[in-house]
Design a protein around this ligand. Structure first.
Ligand code: FAD
Ligand code: NAD
Length: 471
């Protein structure tokens, strides 16, 4: 039997950060990983998807500029893009991240971990053995999510793409069907269309990116269509079969034939084979936690869950943030140090509730933080939305001929601070952190007025939003 102060299950970005912080707080830490150290993000999500999308964005940017446009004489070199993507995933090898783990003083245990009663993790090792790890202080579950597939007739036989195949495919399918209207669907439709696939995107609902401001999904839909994607709303897939090519049957009686089909229909927590029943929790569900990361309904203050698996915000940066905070909490509790649990205190992940930033790397990019107008209104806040066309800002008109984009700030009228901000347009991703700081720090609009954006940058959108608000 092996004993450590902390056992972390899952070495994705969340587990890595949590383990490092707990160790920095003076604790011995074992990290259990069943696949690759670095998790979904490094090999089948953020990194490969953005490596596929970045050349498409660079090309689109060049095409928006007279003078540069003329120098762009052909499509993307798909093979070169795929090779560059393979570099970003280290060819699906984790030696680099394992070396980081070793250097940070963390002990890697390869294998599938399952809770085995309080403070115990049983690991099924790659050689078929069983190793039981005991935690003196805490077990942190950081096992992430897996793609969720609908139960459709014929789907298994079709071998559909999930986000894993969509980010790691070595060939460009001539015809790709994408099912879904969320972030994965929109990003991957953008990427594979740019790489040369004929794409049909089938969306069950009536809009794209339904959790964002409505104009975000509208702009992305317009641009996906302009790129040649056959985008259909109000369309559900009812069945699938493969005989060489894939045939999808639709609820309107029609069919779609394609070479591959990507189901980008959401995620499910990786908790079905985790032994949650041995500690009184229901397998297959997200592990609900308080804002210090402690699992609800488990006595003894020893079980934590961080990152995608707790369902708070399915984003790498939020998982890493929770990892930093919860790892420190574990070390503080172990040492008997007091916690700071006031809102925005050292020991709580307050940003999860108030200021989650996200960039969708479509063309146009969508960058948003905090609640949308609809969400803030539903929360009962007295708010006003301030909108501005980004193309009317000098920096934007220099960035692209005929720049199309829009910004919205959701102002809390009682406090005169910003609750949420959304930017849509080319090159807005890097603007987002300014908004995240304004929202997180609750900077009064009277002080933001003195935050002078450089001329001529797209950041002058800040000035225009504030002028519009003040009238
Ligand atoms: C296509 C795609 C693109 C994305 N792009 C972005 C993006 O651009 N930006 C962004 O912020 N987010 C993005 N996300 C979301 C992001 O990937 C996740 O939020 C992030 O990976 C969550 O990190 P995590 O460490 O919580 O979980 P994961 O990255 O899923 O890591 C969990 C780890 O736990 C291991 N594990 C699971 N069960 C066990 C077990 N029982 N025993 C041992 N090990 C186990 C897994 O093998 C894995 O290594 C994207 C997601 C997808 C699908
Ligand atoms: N750039 C980024 O930050 C980024 C990129 C990719 C993914 N992510 C994160 O990963 C998570 C997963 O993304 P996702 O796009 O898979 O999930 P999602 O929940 O954002 O979208 C899934 C979509 O599929 C639809 N859907 C569900 N079941 C369906 C069915 N049976 N038929 C048709 N449509 C169906 C839903 O209505 C929804 O619109 C998200 O939370 C996202 O934040 C982030």
């Amino acid at each position: 039997m092996d004993e450590f102060d902390v056992v972390v299950v899952g070495a994705g970005p969340t587990g890595e950060n949590l383990a490092e912080r707990a160790h920095a707080g003076g604790l011995s830490v074992a990290v259990v990983e069943s696949e690759l150290v670095g998790g979904e993000c490094s090999y089948w999500a953020c990194m490969p998807s953005k490596a596929l999308l970045r050349p498409a964005a660079a090309l689109a940017d060049a095409r928006r500029l007279a003078g540069a446009r003329e120098a762009v004489t052909g499509p993307l070199d798909a093979e070169a893009v795929l090779r560059r993507r393979d570099e970003f995933t280290s060819h699906w090898k984790d030696d680099g991240q394992v070396a980081w783990l070793d250097g940070a003083g963390l002990v890697l245990v390869r294998g599938h971990g399952r809770l085995d009663g309080p403070k115990r993790v049983a690991v099924r090792t790659p050689d078929g053995g069983r190793r039981v790890l005991t935690a003196r202080h805490a077990v942190a579950v950081c096992t992430g999510t897996r793609a969720a597939l609908p139960g459709l007739p014929g789907l298994d036989e079709v071998r559909p793409w999930t986000s894993r195949e969509a980010t790691s495919s070595e060939r460009v399918p001539p015809r790709l069907a994408v099912v879904g209207g969320g972030v994965v669907a929109c990003e991957m439709a953008t990427a594979w269309r740019a790489l040369g696939s004929e794409v049909v995107q089938l969306v069950r609902g009536s809009r794209l990116l339904p959790r964002m401001e409505p104009f975000a999904g509208e702009s992305v839909a317009e641009s996906l269509r302009a790129s040649g994607i056959d985008l259909r709303f109000g369309t559900s897939v009812t069945g699938a079969r493969r005989d060489g090519q894939v045939t999808l049957t639709l609820d309107d009686g029609g069919t779609v034939t394609c070479d591959e089909v990507l189901f980008a229909t959401g995620r499910r927590p990786a908790t079905d084979d985790l032994g949650l029943d041995t500690v009184g929790l229901a397998p297959g569900r997200s592990i609900e936690v308080d804002s210090t990361g402690l699992a609800a309904g488990v006595p003894g203050e020893w079980l934590y869950a961080a990152g995608d698996v707790n369902g708070r915000a399915l984003l790498t940066h939020q998982g890493k943030y929770q990892g930093r905070i919860f790892g420190t909490v574990i070390a503080d509790r172990a040492a008997g140090r007091p916690l700071d649990t006031a809102a925005w205190g050292r020991s709580v992940a307050t940003a999860d509730e108030r200021a989650v930033p996200q960039v969708v790397f479509t063309d146009p990019e969508v960058a948003a933080v905090g609640p949308t107008l609809e969400e803030a209104t539903r929360e009962g806040r007295r708010v006003r939305a301030v909108d501005y066309e980004i193309g009317d800002v000098s920096g934007a008109s220099l960035y692209a001929d005929g720049y199309q984009g829009r910004a919205r700030a959701v102002v809390d009228l009682d406090r005169e601070t910003l609750l949420g901000v959304t930017f849509v347009g080319p090159g807005v991703a890097e603007l987002l952190h300014s908004a995240t700081i304004a929202v997180t720090a609750e900077v009064p609009i009277s002080r933001l007025w003195h935050a002078v954006p450089s001329y001529p940058t797209i950041s002058e959108i800040w000035l225009r939003l504030l002028e519009t608000y003040r009238g």
